[in-house]
Design a protein around this ligand. Structure first.
Ligand SMILES: Nc1ncnc2c1ncn2[C@@H]1O[C@H](COP(=O)(O)OP(=O)(O)OP(=O)(O)O)[C@@H](O)[C@H]1O
Ligand SMILES: [Mg+2]
Length: 574
């Protein structure tokens, strides 16, 4: 229920539509029950044997037409206004959840399967949409119909109503337990659905690996497994869901039989007219139909709050970095970076230990060391993808936590090993970090990144669509586009994490030249396994097991650092 309340917050601002919806709803409820009176008046009319009967019949027909006109109009009005609110809610929820996701910390995306996230944003939102499209209109129409029907039934025969109502508490107990059961299984079903979607998502992303390892059948089996367990859980839910309709109908029929029994006796004893009985009977039909539909909603609500919970749980994840965001914003920074007794861990074990390092403005500093030494982790601290848990990281002498995180990121560019390119043109990809860049600026950045020539060779040049071209962009070309993208924002601090390691020597040469073009006047961090890439660095840092074990120039390290010497021997004296 808490979740349903939260959902309604998304349409608070459309309060002015509520009164219209309410008027339509009441009209609909009234005209639906109006039919009972048409039946009553009809019987009364045909029971007359003279001309007054004909006159009355004429009035009944007119009333009937009027009733059905108002009914249709109010049905349209109600459905339209309620659907309007429903769709508004969904659209706003989707927008809000997307915004929250954009601002969740990297930790979240590392820990959660992307298929699960997508499933929540699609399958769970669809469930909620269904509720607002069908559930809410049903709930409202049928409650008004039920209330009006009950009221009218009471005016006709109070005793009969009391007898029928006696059945309701017994029914409610049944429904309560079914509902509880359902809620549990909705969360489970949606969870299983998300797991199924995850396989789909991974396979599509990793199709090349699937094909190369001929693991199609294995992936199929995995999918089949998850699909089957989805089915198992879904059927448990369906069992509860389908059980409840027969239960309600059973109660409904028993109540109607009682109406016939008691009402019939009253007619025979002359206590009730046939016309009144028929009106009562019609109203009872409306009421029982409404109860049946309403009983469904109990389940519907539980299902919806289950789905909403999955979305809100995700939306309410904290972003520790944004929660403690600083306020300092600068148009320009110098780019001096200092690590002071920095410790960092992802979970239990320390990944970075007591890092102390000062990098001057404009200096190029390289990092080498065995895989898992913590180089990437250290680099990622600078744009605050993660925060240090002890010690300090300073930029221009200011604690990085005191900066507005979005502001400081604008002064930092990262080129990694796999740089994601978005669908859209080459042009729009290069200017991703600076959307208002002019064509000239983009071309200039592309030239500096040694990308201009190959872009010009594409048939459509800068307008070439990345998604269409997709795989036709080579690793080296993609890398140079990423460098152009990084350089266009004119960052004071540049971070290269294995930017050339996936390239052949020809592309590496280009990318290396591109990098050499950029490092001037910028503080540059380069992580590389290939020592050829870092020989020009001002200083080289050797890392091992999360610690800085040596700092110096190439020549100094050859003498001082056994780790460095070993790397050098493997690469140059093999
Ligand atoms: N998101 C994460 N959650 C938990 N542990 C992680 C995470 N990312 C990396 N690690 C661990 O942190 C350690 C350092 O990883 P890091 O990626 O910084 O190493 P690296 O020096 O860049 O290695 P490589 O040269 O292979 O790129 C490793 O032991 C790794 O398993
Ligand atoms: Mg790394």
């Amino acid at each position: 229920m808490k979740e349903i309340k939260k959902l309604f917050a998304y349409i608070k601002e459309y309060w002015y539509i509520y009164p219209f919806a309410i008027v339509f709803m009441v009209l609909l409820g009234a005209t639906q029950n109006g039919l009972a009176y048409i039946v009553k008046f009809f019987i009364e009319a045909v029971e007359e044997t003279d001309d007054t009967g004909l006159d009355q019949l004429y009035t009944v027909i007119q009333l009937g037409i009027f009733n059905v006109l108002v009914l249709s109009l109010s049905k349209f009005g109600q459905d339209y206004t309620l659907n309007y609110l429903g769709y508004r809610l969904i659209v706003n929820l989707r927008l809000d959840s997307f915004r929250r996701i954009l601002y969740l910390p990297m930790r979240f995306f590392k820990n959660m399967e992307s298929g699960d996230i997508i499933s929540r944003l699609t399958n769970d939102i669809n469930k909620i949409q269904n509720f607002f499209k069908r559930g809410i209109p049903d709930m409202i129409t049928h409650s008004t119909t039920l209330l009006i029907a009950l009221y009218l039934m009471i005016t006709i025969n109070f005793k009969l109503v009391l007898i029928i109502l006696a059945a309701i508490p017994i029914m409610l107990v049944f429904l309560h337990y079914l509902g509880k059961f359902m809620k549990k299984y909705v969360e489970k079903t949606q969870g299983k659905l998300a797991k199924t979607v995850s396989v789909l998502q991974e396979v599509i992303q990793g199709m090349e690996v699937v094909k190369l390892f001929t693991s199609e059948e294995r992936e199929y089996d995995k999918f089949e497994d998850r699909n089957a367990s989805f089915f198992k859980i879904a059927m448990k839910r369906i069992k509860a869901k389908t059980m409840h309709i027969p239960i309600i109908e059973l109660f409904g029929y028993i109540a109607l039989i009682i109406v016939f029994w008691i009402g019939g006796k009253e007619i025979i004893q002359g206590k009730m007219s046939v016309a009144d009985f028929m009106a009562f009977f019609t109203l009872a039909g409306n009421a029982s139909n409404s109860i049946r539909r309403l009983s469904n909603l109990h389940i519907f609500i539980n299902e919806t709050s289950g789905a909403a919970k999955r979305i809100f749980d995700m939306m309410e994840e904290r972003n520790e970095i944004l929660d403690n965001n600083g306020t300092i914003k600068k148009d320009e920074i110098k780019g001096k970076v200092e690590f002071k007794n920095v410790y960092f861990k992802y979970s239990e074990t320390d990944i970075l230990k007591d890092i102390n390092l000062t990098v001057k403005k404009g200096e190029t500093i390289a990092f080498v060391g065995p895989s898992g030494a913590g180089k990437t982790t250290l680099i990622n601290l600078i744009p605050r993808l993660h925060d240090v848990y002890s010690g300090k990281l300073l930029i221009d002498g200011i604690n990085i936590k005191d900066f507005d995180v979005h502001n400081i990121r604008k002064h930092i560019s990262v080129v990694g090993q796999n740089n994601f390119l978005f669908s859209g043109s080459v042009f729009s990809n290069i200017k991703y970090g600076k959307p208002d860049a002019t064509k000239e600026e983009v071309v200039e950045a592309a030239k500096a990144a040694y990308a201009h020539d190959f872009i010009e060779n594409f048939e459509e040049g800068y307008d070439t669509d990345i998604a269409e071209r997709g795989a036709k962009i080579s690793g080296g070309q993609g890398q140079r586009l990423a460098i152009a993208r990084a350089i266009l924002v004119d960052p004071a601090i540049l971070l290269f994490d294995e930017a050339t390691s996936s390239l052949d020597s020809e592309s590496e040469k280009y990318v290396q030249e591109a990098i050499d073009n950029l490092v001037e006047n910028r503080t540059t961090f380069i992580v590389a396994h290939r020592l050829s890439t870092i020989l020009d660095a001002d200083r080289i840092v050797v890392m091992d097991e999360g610690k800085i074990v040596n700092i110096g120039s190439h020549e100094e390290l050859l003498e001082r650092s056994p780790i460095y010497k070993k790397l050098y021997d493997i690469q140059f004296n093999a």
